[in-house]
Structure formats: structure tokens, C-alpha cells
Design a protein around this ligand. Structure first.
Ligand code: NAD
Length: 491
């Protein structure tokens, strides 16, 4: 193992791959900068074809023994893995806050505990993956959930630790081995995850990390014929490339993609509660796939709602994500900042009116003001396309049917929020075409519940039994109840 480490915020972390239980450096590397102040954090190893090949080979070699261990033995390793993540809690928080700009407070109270749970919860629940038996008059069908093989895991930059563990947990618990390709703009916590796996004594090759950029390293990984599954979270354009590559080898893919989710406020909503939740959509500088970004508000309460939400937004604490009190941090990368700014400029040129925000925030070069645009057409770019920044739109409606038409009128279908009298809001929520929707709430998640999108927001579901369905090969072993005698007249 090479001893070369980089130091970020007092934390030593490897910038290299982790393949077959060892750190592997690359002759090529790329720069990593912090979104907070643009300082250089270090150079990260670029995954070349030989690294991708070595990682998949290591995972393939480790697979038979890991699969053969069974869920109870794997749970011993995975519980240790979760504990090792916990031991590095502060380091995980500091690294992701520095490389991705995620709020330190959110890392501490939300992401790291959840990352541990992502590993231990699935290890526990794999124990219950008992083989199901279907009894018929003719036969017993012993339905098995077998591990599938080597899984490629590709994650985006907006929540890299949470999303990596959300896939690694069920994949490993089910008996697969994994190769993780972290996001190039936020690679550090996945590297630290390799340290935790190593300290937990996971057998070499069970957990591998190959750093690198999407179009090169990522594309190489998803083209590998030896993969049994590809689990991807990221944008729609990338998903199309991945689906094409996977299609060449007929590798099943799980695709968790972008969103343009409605935030519906009915006439009978508790406006203050809705407005307080509305301001939460600026969390992580709006770089949250499941945020409700299209506000659809009943015309009779629109002015009152706007004034209440304005009050909450004006009090948002924009600043350094490493400070406890900060509520809105930076945009991940200058390229993403430009993308967000250009979306807003084009929307204004197209007739949108700024209710608040609308431009660069003086806190720093990669900060954008929490923004709300109104007077937007349903067919306009700002309503139809994901911005992935602190930019929301507001439209009004006259009745439930119009609300539904607007809510369902995009190519996306990830999440949604619906505020109103509970019966009314629930009835409407049931008719919104989406993967999930919160009634009078936001962000309530449980590992047992299904998560994922419809339409362009994705293919497949993660969570609970849905994760296991994806990461396992289901097989029917048929045992006849009466002696079987071959006959051509048999049906
Ligand atoms: P992205 O699609 O640009 O990149 C995601 C990952 O894919 C990165 O690791 C990248 O290196 C890799 N990649 C890029 N090109 C590739 C290729 N050709 N082959 C293989 N891998 C490749 O997405 P992003 O900008 O990092 O993340 C933001 C997007 O992710 C947004 O659209 C957001 O909505 C989405 N997202 C969705 C969810 C969800 O659960 N549905 C969660 C978080 C983020």
C-alpha cells in the first residue's frame, strides 16, 4: 500500500484507488478543489483502464467465497464495517463538508448515522431473505435469492457517502462484491469508506473503489462484461449513456435520476407550515434530487403563502457549511454555478419575474442566492428542466384538476410534496404521477420503504426488499410431489 496521503481539514485521506485490499496509485491524476473557498484539496488518482480491470478482477475473484459465507457470517463483517464508519464520524463529516460543501451539521446528525445504518440495516434484513416456498398440487417451488456477482456502483456528488452506502449495504449483505466509482467532484468520503472496510477486515476484493472521471473511468467500468449489476444515481443524460453500455452486455441497471418535483399548496393548507417546509428546499444549496422545486399554489392563498415563505427565506443563514449555524452552503463546482446562473438568466429573458434572489450571493464566488421565480410558463425551460441549485419556480392554480395537470406536466416523476387538509391533500397526492410524495411533510424516509422515480426520474426501486430484488438472482428450484416419469404427452 502506498503511504501517500493528502491532508484535508486535518484529516489524512488517500487520494488513490482501493483494489483487492490495497491502495493503488495512478500515474495520472486530477485536481480537487473545495467549493467553499476554491482552495486546492489535493490531486486524486485517475482510474485508467488497467485500474478498472484490476478492480473488477479483484471483485470477481472475491465473489465466490463472500457469496458462500451466507448472510449470518456476512453480518459479522458488515456490523464491524458500520462500527468502523462510526469511529471515523468526524473525519467523514469534515471531508464531505470540505469537498462537497455539505453542511457539517447535516453530516453529523443525518448523513453519518444514516451511512452506518445503511450497512447494518441491510445486514440484519438479509437474514430474513429466507427462501420462499410456493406449494402447489404438483410441486414445491423453492424460490431462492442468490447473490448476483460483481456490482458496479456509481454515485453523484451531492450526497456521496449516503448514496454509496445506500447501495453498498444491500449489495454486500446479499452476497455480492462491489466496485464503487465515486464522483470526481466529491471523492473523499468514498476513499475513507475503503479505510473503514479495510479496518473491518472485509476480505480483499469484496469492496473496491476506483477514483476517476465519468466519461473515462465510469464509462470503462459500466462497459465491463463481467458485471452482474450496475447501480447508478446521477443525471438523466449520464443514465442514457450507462443504459446503452449496459445494454450491450444485457446487464440489469438500477437508475436513480433527477427530479423536478411539485410542491403543492392547497387552499386549505396550513400556510405557515407549508412555507417553513418550502424554505427547506434550499438545503444543500438546492442540490437535492428529491426537493420540491416547482411550487404550485392555489391562487386564493398565493400572496399570503409567498409573504410567509419570503419571511423564512430572508432568515436563512447562507455561509460556510463547516459552521453549525449555516443553513445554505455553496454550489459544488464553478461549472455547476455557471449552469445555475445561466438557467436563471434565460428564465428572466423568457419573462420570469424574480420574487426573491436571482443572482450571485456575496458570501463567495460559488454561492447563489436562494431564488424564487414566478410568471413562468409550464412549457418553459425553467419549469421543465432540473436546475440542481437554489432556484425554485412558483405557479398558481384554480382547482385540483389544474394543480394535477401542472404537477404531472413534466417528463420527471421522482418526488413531491402536498400541503392541505389531510384527507384532501392525501387524495390529491395519490393522483400525482411520481415515485413518492410527502403529505404535509418532507423528507421522511425509512430504509424499508421503496425509493425511486418514474418517467425520466429513473428505473427501479431501492430500499428494503426492492434493493434485495435488484441485487439478487431469483431462482425457482422445482421439486415434484409425486414421482416424475418422463412422457411426451405431458403438458
Ligand atoms: P452525473 O450524472 O453527472 O454523474 C454521476 C456519476 O456518474 C459521477 O460519478 C460521474 O463521474 C459518473 N459518470 C458520468 N458520466 C459517466 C459515464 N459516461 N459512464 C459512467 N459513469 C459516468 O450526475 P451529478 O451531476 O454528479 O449529480 C447530479 C444528478 O444526480 C442530478 O440530476 C440529481 O437529480 C441526481 N441525483 C439523483 C438522486 C436520486 O436518488 N434519484 C440522488 C442524488 C442525485
Amino acid at each position: 500500500m502506498t503511504s501517500h496521503l493528502i491532508n484535508v481539514a486535518g484529516i489524512d485521506v488517500s487520494p488513490h484507488h482501493y483494489i483487492g485490499g490495497s491502495r493503488v496509485a495512478s500515474p495520472e491524476s486530477f485536481e480537487l478543489h473545495s467549493p467553499i473557498d476554491q482552495r486546492l484539496l489535493g490531486r486524486i488518482s485517475e482510474g485508467l483502464p488497467e485500474h478498472v480491470d484490476a478492480a473488477v478482477s479483484a471483485a470477481a475473484k472475491a465473489f465466490p467465497a463472500w457469496a458462500a459465507l451466507g448472510p449470518a457470517q456476512r453480518k459479522i463483517f458488515l456490523d464491524r464495517f458500520a462500527a468502523e464508519i462510526g469511529k471515523r464520524s468526524e473525519a467523514f463529516c469534515l471531508l464531505e463538508s470540505n469537498d462537497a460543501g455539505v453542511l457539517l451539521s447535516r453530516m453529523k446528525h443525518g448523513v453519518v448515522p444514516r451511512a452506518m445504518l445503511n450497512i447494518s440495516w441491510f445486514a440484519d434484513h438479509a437474514l430474513g431473505l429466507q427462501d420462499k416456498v410456493i406449494e402447489t398440487e404438483q410441486a414445491s417451488h423453492l424460490v431462492r435469492h442468490d447473490p448476483a456477482g460483481v456490482v458496479a456502483i456509481i454515485t453523484p456528488w451531492n450526497s456521496p457517502l449516503m448514496l454509496a452506502t445506500w447501495k453498498v449495504g444491500p449489495a454486500l449483505a446479499a452476497g455480492n462484491t462491489v466496485v464503487v466509482k465515486p464522483p470526481e467532484w466529491a471523492p473523499l468520503t468514498s476513499s475513507l469508506l475503503a479505510d473503514a472496510a479495510d479496518a473491518a477486515g472485509l476480505p480483499p476484493g469484496v469492496f473496491n473503489v476506483v477514483q476517476g472521471r465519468g466519461a473515462t473511468t465510469g464509462a470503462g467500468l459500466v462497459s465491463d462484461k463481467r458485471l452482474a449489476r450496475i447501480s447508478f444515481t446521477g443525471s438523466v443524460p449520464t443514465a442514457k449513456w450507462i443504459a446503452q453500455a449496459a445494454g450491450q452486455n444485457l446487464v440489469p441497471c438500477s437508475l436513480e435520476l433527477g427530479g423536478k418535483s411539485p410542491f403543492i399548496v392547497l387552499e386549505d393548507a396550513d400556510l405557515d407550515n407549508a412555507a417553513a417546509t418550502g424554505a427547506l428546499m434550499y438545503r444543500n444549496a438546492g442540490q437535492v434530487c428529491l426537493a420540491g422545486t416547482r411550487f404550485l399554489v392555489h391562487e386564493r392563498v398565493a400572496d399570503a403563502f409567498v409573504e410567509r415563505m419570503r419571511g423564512y427565506v430572508e432568515n436563512l443563514n447562507v455561509g460556510d457549511p463547516r459552521e453549525e449555524a449555516t443553513e445554505v452552503g455553496p454550489i459544488i463546482h464553478p461549472r455547476q454555478f455557471t449552469r445555475v446562473k445561466d438557467f436563471v438568466l434565460r428564465a428572466i429573458a423568457d419573462g420570469a419575474r424574480v420574487l426573491w434572489g436571482g443572482s450571485w450571493h456575496p458570501y463567495g464566488p460559488q454561492y447563489f442566492e436562494p431564488t424564487m421565480l414566478t410568471d413562468v410558463r409550464q412549457d418553459s425551460e425553467i419549469v421543465q428542466n432540473e436546475v440542481f441549485g437554489p432556484v425554485l419556480t412558483l405557479q398558481t392554480f384554480r382547482n385540483d384538476e389544474e394543480a394535477l395537470e401542472l404537477a404531472n406536466g413534466t417528463d420527471y416523476g421522482l418526488g413531491g410534496v402536498c400541503y392541505g387538509e389531510v384527507g384532501h391533500a392525501t387524495a390529491l397526492a395519490e393522483r400525482v404521477r411520481t415515485g413518492f410524495i410527502w403529505v404535509n411533510s418532507f423528507g421522511i424516509r425509512d430504509l424499508a420503504a421503496p425509493f425511486g422515480g418514474i418517467k425520466r426520474s429513473g428505473i427501479g426501486r431501492e430500499g428494503g426488499e426492492w434493493s434485495f430484488e435488484f441485487f439478487c438472482d431469483v431462482k425457482d428450484v422445482v421439486v415434484p410431489k409425486k414421482p416424475f416419469r418422463a412422457s411426451f404427452s405431458q403438458r
